[in-house]
Design a protein around this ligand. Structure first.
Ligand code: AMP
Ligand code: GLY
Length: 421
């Protein structure tokens, strides 16, 4: 099998790493990939946004399966383009990708199909939004409708910060059209948990639970990032909660997609809050989580290619269920100095050669080659991952491994997994 993976972060490295273990995989390409992925796949310099180029590449190279990592090409319709060309692709088409691409659409969908979520209001103009903000109680959450690289959500503690958020989104338009509409919603309290299902629209397969640490500083303080680390399994996910998630969230999503005649072949990620009234959906993503994938992939003990291929082909019902190891896994992100604000890049990374562990792997999130050396090229540079019999062991191993690597200004949280320990 010849596979093309679209994307170039830690999530894609984890997918490529797991795919490369399978004997049936003859060759992997990754667009654009990174310096770590280059050890396992041929990196091709095509940006994930260049969906026509990617289709032509897949055709030209006889690709059997394309796996899309990031959301932007999915929202942009890459999967429709590939399917029209009779190419197998893992990921929903543009209409299904609205679950992530438009928060207004996703909220209406949740309401229509009885999926538990926060109460909300939608605004198309700043003046009406400001009036509303004067009447309500705080905290509230202000969200840009469209994609904003994970930065379009503001949890506003008071009226002043909510006003600022609306000003930035709708008047200054810092995220352009993504802020043309906004959602203002009830602020939910509780613990967050990420749930993933693979689905072809008919059958669903739950993947192991994971939790990420969004805040940049220890103790979950400071500004939100894309994720400073993750662990799997998420200790709080009891069997009862799991069936609640299946029945009250995912089954309703599938029902809704069918009712709307939307085909969906890919992964659906529900970011949920475990509230006093039960599980509520904060957001949907139509792709794998990052760094969550970096702790989920190492726990897969059956081959990945058939799982992704059968999802893409709509034949999940015929698939033997995947097997997962009982090990716990922890991923510690090593980030660039300054992240999530303006950060430094181009720093040489030392110790990668020797950073080896029997039960560990260093996934590259933002790295590149420069003069034959591996340097940082993104905010989240490495995802140092380890696994073991329990979370504590996995955590210790991950930090041991991280301790052998360094680059100037490298920053990692020292407490990944603490909530479950
Ligand atoms: P989203 O992109 O919608 O997941 O939002 C990013 C983050 O904002 C989430 O992971 C939560 O930490 C927080 N958030 C989003 N919606 C809410 C909400 N209704 N109540 C509390 N926190 C929220
Ligand atoms: N770790 C959060 C995300 O992938 O959206």
């Amino acid at each position: 099998m010849r596979i093309l993976v679209v994307g170039g972060g830690g999530r894609e490295h984890a997918l490529v790493w797991q795919l490369a273990k399978s004997a049936e995989v003859e060759k992997i390409f990754c667009a654009p990939g990174n310096a770590g992925i280059a050890a396992l796949a041929e990196c091709v310099p095509i940006d994930p946004a260049e969906i026509f180029k990617l289709r032509d590449f897949a055709r030209g190279k006889g690709i059997d399966l394309t796996v899309v990592g990031p959301e932007a090409p999915l929202v942009g319709g890459i999967a429709d383009l590939f399917r029209d060309a009779d190419l197998h692709i893992f990921g929903p088409g543009g209409s299904g990708a609205r679950l992530e691409g438009s928060k207004v659409w996703a909220k209406a969908f949740m309401k229509k199909y009885g999926i538990p979520s926060a109460a909300y209001a939608v605004f198309h103009d700043a003046a009406a939004a400001m009036d509303y903000l004067d009447e309500i109680e705080y905290p509230v959450v202000v969200k840009a409708d469209g994609l904003a690289a994970g930065k379009g959500v503001v949890v506003a503690a008071d009226r002043a910060s909510a006003h600022t958020a609306v000003q930035q989104l709708m008047v200054q338009k810092i995220f352009g059209q993504a802020g043309a509409q906004i959602v203002v919603e009830e602020c939910l309290q509780g613990e967050e948990i990420s749930l993933f299902v693979l689905t072809d629209g008919n059958t669903m397969i739950m993947l192991p639970s994971a939790q990420d640490h969004k805040a940049v500083f220890e103790g979950d303080r400071g500004p939100n990032t894309g994720g400073m680390g993750a662990y799997s399994p998420a200790g709080i996910l009891t069997p009862k909660l799991l069936s609640e998630a299946k029945e009250r969230v995912f089954a309703h999503v599938l029902q809704g997609l069918r009712a709307e005649r939307i085909e969906y072949n890919g992964v659906l990620y529900a970011g949920c809050m475990l509230t006093a009234e039960g599980l509520k959906v904060l957001e949907f993503n139509v792709r794998f989580g990052d760094p969550e994938t970096q702790v989920v992939m190492p726990r897969l003990s059956s081959p990945l290619p058939p799982l992704l291929m059968q999802t893409a082909r709509g034949e999940l019902a015929a698939l033997e269920p995947p097997r997962w190891s009982a090990d716990a896994a922890v991923c510690v992100v090593m980030a660039s100095n300054g992240y999530p604000g303006n950060y430094e890049t181009g720093k040489e990374i030392y110790g990668l050669e020797k950073a080896r562990a029997e039960k560990g792997v260093v996934f590259h999130g933002g790295t590149a080659f420069k003069d034959g050396k591996i340097v940082s090229s993104g905010g989240r540079v490495l995802g140092v991952t380890a696994w073991g019999a329990d979370l504590r062991t996995a955590q210790q191993q991950a930090y041991l491994l991280a301790g052998t690597i360094n680059f100037e200004g490298a920053y990692c949280r020292r407490d990944i997994g603490y909530r479950a320990l």
